[in-house]
Design a protein around this ligand. Structure first.
Ligand SMILES: CC(C)(COP(=O)(O)OP(=O)(O)OC[C@H]1O[C@@H](n2cnc3c(N)ncnc32)[C@H](O)[C@@H]1OP(=O)(O)O)[C@@H](O)C(=O)NCCC(=O)NCCS
Length: 170
C-alpha cells in the first residue's frame, strides 16, 4: 500500500535518464545486493545504445510527482514461453520503504500480462530483505529448485482462465 499522497506514474525508459542511472547504480544501498560493478556516463551511454536494440527489454522510469525515482522492467522477454525476468529499483533513497516498490512490481505484472506473458522470474540476494518482502507482497513465491548459492529464485504465475474458474467455483 502506498502510504502517502505522492502521484506515481510510469513512462518508457529513455536516454535522458543516464545521469540518474549513474547516481542510482553507484549508490551502495542499491548495488550492494545487485552484484553490479561501479558505472559511469560512458558505460551507461553504451548500455542505452544496446538497450534500444534489445526488443526483449521493456524498462519503465518510475516518476513521483513527475520526478524520476527509479526503474522497473522486464528482461529476456520470451513471447513463445510467455515469460520474462523482472526487476525493480527505487533509486531515490527517500522514496524507499513507502510501498512504491510493491506498486511498481504490480505495474510490471500488469504490463507483462498485457503483452501476453504468464509468468515472471527473478533472482534476489538472500540478504536483500526489502526486495524479498516487496516481491512476496506483490505475489512472487520462492522457487527453491532454482536457488543458486546466495541467490534465491522467486517467480510469479498469472492465473489462467481455468484456474480462475476453479477459484470462483470453490
Ligand atoms: C527492493 C526495493 C525495490 C523495495 O522497494 P521499497 O519501495 O523500498 O519497498 P516497499 O516500501 O514497497 O516495501 C515492501 C516490503 O518490504 C518491507 N521492507 C521495506 N524495506 C525493508 C527493509 N529494509 N528490511 C526489511 N523489510 C523491508 C516492507 O515492510 C514491505 O513489507 P510488507 O509488504 O510485508 O509490508 C527497494 O528497496 C530498492 O530499490 N532497493 C535497491 C535495489 C534492489 O535491491 N532491487 C531489487 C533487486 S532484486
Amino acid at each position: 500500500m502506498i502510504r502517502d499522497d505522492v502521484t506515481i506514474t510510469y513512462r518508457p525508459h529513455t536516454s535522458d535518464l543516464i545521469e540518474m542511472r549513474v547516481k542510482w547504480l553507484n549508490d551502495p544501498a542499491v548495488n550492494q545486493h545487485l552484484g553490479s560493478s561501479p558505472t559511469n556516463q560512458a558505460k551507461q551511454k553504451i548500455w542505452f545504445e544496446q538497450y534500444e536494440q534489445d526488443e526483449s527489454k521493456h524498462f519503465f522510469t518510475i516518476l513521483a510527482d513527475s520526478q524520476p525515482i527509479g526503474v522497473v522492467g522486464l528482461m529476456k522477454s520470451d513471447l513463445t514461453r510467455k515469460t520474462a525476468e523482472a526487476f525493480v529499483m527505487i533509486g531515490e533513497a527517500e522514496y524507499r520503504g513507502r510501498g512504491l516498490g510493491v506498486a511498481a512490481i504490480e505495474y510490471i505484472k500488469q504490463y507483462a500480462t498485457g503483452i501476453g506473458l504468464t509468468s515472471l522470474y527473478l533472482g534476489v540476494h538472500q540478504e536483500n530483505q526489502a526486495a524479498i518482502h516487496a516481491y512476496q507482497s506483490a505475489g512472487f513465491a520462492f522457487n527453491p529448485a532454482k536457488d543458486d548459492a546466495e541467490w534465491l529464485a522467486m517467480n510469479w504465475h498469472s492465473k489462467t482462465s481455468s484456474q480462475l474458474f476453479q477459484d470462483v467455483s470453490r
